[in-house]
Design a protein around this ligand. Structure first.
Ligand SMILES: [Zn+2]
Length: 239
């Protein structure tokens, strides 16, 4: 539930929020190859910041604030610092934008919260764990990073954006990576999963008014991707 809510907030109030200052170009021009990672980080941070909010419960979007917030924070830190490494071969850098963003956010929060023990690195039976010790302080840190990344986007501050991504989002701790691959080796589930989306088909009356929308299911993933390629390749990339 926390994960689904986080994704929803990421898409709806994350990507849809924030403004670029007057006279500043689009992120693709100002932040160049770092634009996508920083935009994903901004959207994730909006979601993380608002997840523990009572307002979501009041609006009947979330069943509770505390439990959902804790589950989301635990899962996010664990994934950003450990789990997502199952997707990489040993020695590889993190390349994909969403993955760079998740490591950036988690590693930045771990480092900035170290003096207050916000996230504690625990090694038990030669296994590494990242345990969130202070959810309120972690939320404040997420807010601070969100403010900085929004500033970078709004002002088109390439150097600051580059420094954040390169410092926290790209290089992998080789010892941790080895450990994660070894711990994961007994699990056979695929490291990536894809989705076959429903296709909405409008039904019209004789005058062409839409009278109903039917939810249909395409045959398989390949068919859907080929269909998307045929119909949407003229669009700029938006995700
Ligand atoms: Zn996104």
């Amino acid at each position: 539930m926390a994960d689904k809510l986080h994704t929803s907030l990421h898409e709806v109030i994350g990507h849809a929020s924030g403004q670029i200052n007057q006279g500043i170009g689009q992120p693709k021009e100002t932040l160049k190859n770092y634009a996508s990672t920083l935009e994903e980080a901004r959207a994730d941070l909006v979601g993380l910041y608002y997840l523990p909010s009572e307002k979501l419960v009041e609006m009947k979007i979330s069943p509770n604030a505390k439990g959902i917030g804790k589950a989301a924070f635990d899962g996010y830190i664990r994934n950003g610092l450990l789990t997502q490494l199952t997707r990489l071969n040993l020695g590889d850098d993190v390349e994909e934008s969403h993955m760079r963003n998740r490591q950036l956010v988690a590693a930045w929060a771990f480092e900035k919260g170290a003096k207050d023990n916000v996230i504690e690195k625990v090694v038990k039976d030669s296994k590494t764990y990242f345990v969130v010790r202070d959810y309120n302080k972690l939320r404040v840190l997420f807010g601070e990073l969100l403010r900085e990344i929004q500033r970078i986007k709004s002002e088109g501050d390439f150097e600051a954006g580059k420094a954040l991504v390169e410092t926290y989002g790209v290089k992998v701790d080789q010892e941790i990576h080895k450990e994660v691959l070894a711990r994961n080796s007994k699990f056979k589930s695929a490291p990536y999963s894809g989705f076959v989306n429903p296709v909405l088909v409008a039904e019209k009356d004789a005058e062409g008014n839409i009278i109903d929308v039917k939810v249909t299911q395409p045959g398989n993933f390949t068919e859907q991707m080929l269909d998307y390629a045929k119909r949407y390749t003229t669009l700029p990339d938006v995700n």
